[in-house]
Design a protein around this ligand. Structure first.
Ligand code: CTP
Length: 400
C-alpha cells in the first residue's frame, strides 16, 4: 500500500506560515502531501517553500499541467483534504461550490474526508454569513475545527486563531484513521472532565493524585475528530489544548463540580474521566503552615467532596442524556465496577485495573466498559485513543 495521499489546501491568511509545520508533520509521518495554495496564500508563504517541504509540485490554478487534469485528479486521488488556514472567503466559496482556482476545484472533486481549520478575526468568524457557511459545510459532512481563542494578527485577542499545528495534525491523523466512517458525533455536545483535582492545604501545599489527564484528553480529541462540540474541563494537567475544543481550567473538586454543572445542561454526553479527590482538608490556612520545634504536627482533618458523577447522573436535564464514569480498581475489578456503576447511576463505566505495574501517565490503557444494560466491552491493551474511540462507539450506539 502506498503512502496516504493528503491535500493541504492553504488559503490567504497570516496563519499560512503555521501550515508549514503541519506540512512537516504530515510528511515526516509518512504521508504524501500535495500542497494547493490559493493565490492569496502565496503572499504569505511562497510556492518554493511549499514545494520544497512537500517534495511535490505546487500550483494555484487549473492551467498548469492541463494534460494531467489536475483540477479533477488531485481531489479524486486524495485520502484526506485539509484546508489550514481556511479564510472566511474560502469557507464561503466551499459552502457555495465556487470553483475558480485549483483548491476550490479540488474541494468539489474530493470524495474523501475534508477538514477545515478556519483562522480569521473574531468579527469575521462570528458574522452570520460565516457561521451559516460553517453550518452548511458541517451539514454536508465536513469537519470544521472551531478556531482557538488568543492573540490575533494585531494587538487584539479573541476567537479566531489557528489552533496549534501539532493539534491540527492530530485531528488529521484521527480522521484518516477513521477512513470513510465520517463525523458521527456531529451536532452533539460532549462534556469531558480530565486530570486530577488538587485540594489545597495552604498556599504552597495540596492533596492531589497522579492522574495525568491523558485519557480525558484522548476522549476530547477523538470526540472532536468525530465532529462533536467538546467542552473539556481540565484539572492540573498542563497538556496542550486539543484543536477545536473549548477548554475550561479548574483546580479543586468544588471548582470542577461548578464547571461540570454549568456545561452539563446543554450536553448530550458527560464523561467524568477526571480523578476527583473524594476528600478535601476541612480548613485552608491562608499562610504557610509552619513546623513548630518540639511539637507534633497538627492532624489534617478531611471532609467529603461532592460526588459529581452521581449528582450529574441523578439530575439529568433530559432522560436521553448519557453519563459515563471511570473507575480505578485494584481487586475484584469487574464486581467492584458493577457495584459502582449501579451506585453512581451512570450509563457506562470504564473500569481500569490499576496497580504497581499499571502506572498513571502512560500512553496506553486497558479496560472493560460496563453498560447499565448489562453489557461488557473489553478493550485490549493499546493507545488511550483506542479506548476513547470504543467509548464513543458505545455512546453513538446508545444515542441512536
Ligand atoms: N467522581 C466524581 N466525584 C467525586 C469522586 C469521583 O465525579 N467526588 C467520579 C470520577 O470522575 C470517576 C468516578 O466518579 O468517573 C470514580 O468514582 P470513585 O467512587 O471515586 O471511584 P474510585 O476513584 O475508583 O474510588 P473508590 O473505589 O474509593 O470509590
Amino acid at each position: 500500500m502506498g503512502k496516504p495521499k493528503v491535500v493541504l489546501g492553504v488559503s490567504g491568511g497570516i496563519a499560512a506560515y503555521k501550515a508549514c509545520e503541519l506540512l512537516r508533520r504530515l510528511t515526516e509521518s509518512g504521508h504524501d502531501v500535495r500542497v494547493v495554495p490559493t493565490d492569496s496564500a502565496l503572499h504569505f508563504v511562497g510556492a518554493a517553500t511549499w514545494s520544497a517541504l512537500s517534495g511535490n509540485p505546487v500550483s494555484t490554478e487549473v492551467w498548469d499541467g492541463v494534460h494531467e487534469v489536475p483540477h479533477v485528479r488531485i481531489g479524486q486521488e486524495a485520502d484526506l483534504v485539509v484546508v489550514a488556514p481556511a479564510t472566511a472567503d474560502m469557507l464561503a466559496k466551499a459552502a457555495h461550490g465556487l470553483a475558480d482556482d485549483l483548491l476550490t476545484n479540488t474541494l468539489l472533486t474530493a470524495r474523501c474526508p475534508v477538514v477545515f481549520a478556519p483562522a480569521m478575526h473574531t468579527e469575521m468568524w462570528e458574522h452570520p454569513a460565516t457561521q451559516e457557511n460553517v453550518a452548511t459545510l458541517r451539514r454536508r459532512g465536513a469537519l470544521v475545527i472551531d478556531p482557538a481563542v488568543g492573540r490575533l494578527t494585531g494587538v487584539d485577542t479573541g476567537k479566531g486563531r489557528l489552533p496549534d499545528p501539532a493539534e491540527i495534525f492530530e485531528v488529521c491523523r484521527r480522521v484518516l484513521a477513521r477512513g470513510t466512517a465520517g463525523p458521527d458525533l456531529a451536532g452533539r455536545h460532549v462534556v469531558v472532565s480530565a486530570g486530577g483535582t488538587r485540594e489545597p492545604l495552604d498556599p504552597v501545599r495540596f492533596l492531589g493524585n497522579r492522574s495525568s489527564g491523558k485519557q480525558g484528553y484522548a476522549l476530547a480529541r477523538t470526540a472532536a475528530a468525530r465532529g462533536a462540540r467538546v467542552t473539556l474541563i481540565e484539572a492540573n494537567t498542563g497538556l496542550p489544548d486539543p484543536a477545536g475544543v473549548d477548554v475550561v481550567r479548574v483546580g479543586t473538586a468544588v471548582q470542577l463540580r461548578e464547571a461540570v454543572l454549568k456545561a452539563a445542561p446543554d450536553a448530550d454526553v458527560v464523561v467524568m474521566a477526571a480523578a476527583v479527590a473524594d476528600f478535601r482538608p476541612e480548613t485552608y490556612a491562608t499562610g504557610k503552615i509552619k513546623k513548630k520545634d518540639g511539637q507534633d504536627p497538627e492532624p489534617i482533618v478531611l471532609v467529603r467532596n461532592p460526588d459529581i458523577l452521581a449528582e450529574i447522573a441523578a439530575n439529568r436535564p433530559r432522560p436521553e442524556q448519557l453519563v459515563v464514569g471511570f473507575a480505578a480498581e485494584t481487586d475484584d475489578v469487574l464486581a467492584n465496577g458493577r457495584a459502582k456503576l449501579a451506585r453512581k447511576g451512570c450509563d457506562l463505566l470504564v473500569v481500569n485495573e490499576v496497580g504497581e505495574r499499571k502506572t498513571f501517565g502512560s500512553e496506553e490503557n486497558e479496560a472493560v466498559v460496563l453498560g447499565a444494560d448489562g453489557s461488557e466491552t473489553p478493550v485490549p491493551h493499546g493507545p488511550k485513543e483506542a479506548l476513547a474511540d470504543t467509548v464513543w462507539d458505545l455512546v453513538v450506539h446508545r444515542l441512536g
